[in-house]
Design a protein around this ligand. Structure first.
Ligand SMILES: O=C(O)c1ccccc1N[C@@H]1O[C@H](COP(=O)(O)O)[C@@H](O)[C@H]1O
Length: 221
């Protein structure tokens, strides 16, 4: 199955290479100091220069201001911006216009009441990333290894491409794809041995599981 995979939170060249060689379509760099995956701009530039042509380089930021994004986009060759904070639809549109890069807006969901936000962002973003809503008081708005109830997005239609995220692992990604119909998946903590410590072996296993034949799974009622 042609599933596009994003490996997020990379901070070591060997893991960038592992992701690209495994067949990831996107690699993500996290610019959020509270995250164990945070990278400095200069380090991200060096990593980005290792990424082969054809693999999209995504910068993940959380409520970043223009000053930060100006420096980031000036120094790091990027293909996409992922806004993973509480950015409003207006802010998404403004970032898109200011930098001329495709913008993927992350939306955290926990139940049906969170779904209308997806429609609002779908009207302004180039892509949507549908993630689990973080627990109240969590330090991180994503990257928590938490899955949401995949039935919430089963057979849903949005006007732009979307990516499934949240608690995905090599063990559950095939089932997640089959249940939701997602054509793109994103992972961070599910390919780590410890917070922020990526594993080349798990990266390969994740891409293979996402793209391989899906095993039969229980039908959702
Ligand atoms: O990965 C992080 O540290 C992070 C920090 C702040 C916002 C988002 C973050 N990660 C994104 O969250 C999703 C889900 O992560 P996980 O697979 O459940 O660990 C991930 O795909 C990243 O895009």
């Amino acid at each position: 199955m042609d599933i596009r995979v994003k490996i997020c939170g990379l901070s070591e060249p060997e893991h960038v290479v592992a992701a690209a060689e495994a067949g990831a379509a996107y690699v993500g760099f996290v610019f959020f100091p509270k995250s164990p995956r945070n990278v400095e701009i200069d380090a991200a530039r060096a990593l980005a220069l290792e990424v082969p042509v054809g693999v999209a380089k995504v910068a993940l930021t959380v409520n970043a201001d223009d000053a930060f994004l100006d420096e980031l986009t000036r120094k790091v060759p990027l293909d996409m911006m992922q806004l993973h904070g509480g950015e409003s639809p207006e802010r998404v549109a403004a970032v898109r216009a200011r930098y001329g890069l495709p913008v993927m807006k992350a939306v955290g969901i926990a139940d049906e009441s969170d779904l209308p936000a997806i429609d609002a962002y779908g009207a302004v973003a180039d892509q949507l990333l549908i993630d689990a809503k973080p627990p109240r008081g969590a330090d991180l708005p994503g990257g928590n290894g938490l899955a949401f109830d995949w039935r919430l997005v089963k057979r849903k239609y949005w006007p732009c491409p979307w990516m499934l995220a949240g608690g995905l692992t090599p063990e559950n990604v095939a089932q997640a794809v089959q249940m939701t119909g997602a054509r793109q998946v994103d992972v961070s903590s599910g390919v780590e041995n410890a917070p922020g410590a990526k594993s080349a072996e798990l990266i390969r296993a994740f891409v293979q599981a996402a793209q391989g034949d899906t095993a039969p799974v229980p039908v959702l009622k």
